[in-house]
Ligand binder design. Structure first.
Ligand code: FPP
Length: 260
């Protein structure tokens, strides 16, 4: 993606002592960064605040991260906002999150307009409450022609359900005679996932010290570098993002081969 170097330098002015733009190679940035945003609840509890306030602070972090990725010229940013398992949270929290998703998306549309951000959703968004579903579809419609960064929000997403869905679509194509069983290869599966038109993530970030995949992008993360930080999601900022990228650039990605 095009990068405006002046805007980027200004965005990272006044950096902390241990990290600055000089610590990352702007010519070797990950093309697709994906984030498991975790720790809103613990962040709030540790401050004597309600979980709702944690989620609201999490929205601020999401906005901060979107803007930093746009400034850096990242092509794809995806974020895990709500899993198929999250329906099991107390009803009040689920309702709050649904409302937060609708309001947040509506509020951020001007940012997407301004920064040319194209929206995508990973997951079964048509099973969401009507207000959320309608807002998401409006967001998709409004940003579909944008050519800057792609922001993919995983909402009502589960990786096993996604793979089962791909298998169902393949079975239907085989039953209808559009696809021969011998042609069911990795590409046939990848092209039926929610991420069909996106490259696999290069870098997975998970906040709040947890070291699990939690049913997230199981297929797509096969060769991604994993960066875990103890920072709770509401404390994740543009500098934490740089630290993650620095760690990523210090890895030696071999894709199952030997070092070159
Ligand atoms: C994890 O914290 C965070 C979430 C379940 C929700 C994250 C959602 C946002 C930041 C808003 C996204 C906005 C849109 C429009 C999709 P947690 O509650 O699991 O924290 P805990 O593990 O400390 O309890």
């Amino acid at each position: 993606m095009e990068r405006d170097d002046k805007k980027l330098q200004a965005h990272y002015e006044g950096h902390p002592a241990d990290i600055s733009l000089d610590d990352v190679d702007l010519d070797r940035l990950p093309r697709h960064i994906t984030i498991i945003m975790d720790g809103n609840g613990r962040w709030a509890t540790s401050r004597g605040l309600s979980r709702a306030e944690g989620h609201r602070a999490g929205v601020d972090s999401l906005r901060e991260t979107i803007t930093a990725c746009v400034r850096l010229g990242i092509d794809y940013l995806s974020c895990y906002a709500f899993s198929t398992e999250n329906w099991g949270r107390p009803q009040q929290e689920v309702e709050l999150l649904m409302q937060l998703f609708a309001v947040t998306l509506e509020n951020e549309l001007p940012l997407f307009d301004q920064e040319n951000v194209r929206l995508e959703f990973l997951g079964d968004i048509d099973a969401l409450p009507e207000e959320v579903r309608d807002t998401f579809h409006r967001g998709l419609e409004r940003t579909k022609g944008y050519t800057g960064m792609t922001l993919a929000l995983a909402v009502n997403y589960g990786a096993r359900a996604e793979i089962a869905r791909a298998a169902r679509l393949i079975a239907q194509d085989v039953a209808d005679g559009r696809l021969a069983p011998a042609d069911v290869d990795e590409q046939a599966i990848a092209s039926r996932l929610y991420t069909a038109d996106m490259p696999d993530p290069d870098l997975l970030i998970r906040t709040s010290g947890e070291l699990r995949l939690s049913n997230y992008l199981l297929w797509q993360l096969a060769y991604s570098e994993f960066y875990a930080t103890d920072v709770y999601w509401p404390d994740f900022d543009r500098y934490e993002l740089l630290r993650a990228i620095r760690a990523y650039q210090n890895r030696n990605r071999r894709f199952g081969k030997v070092a070159s």
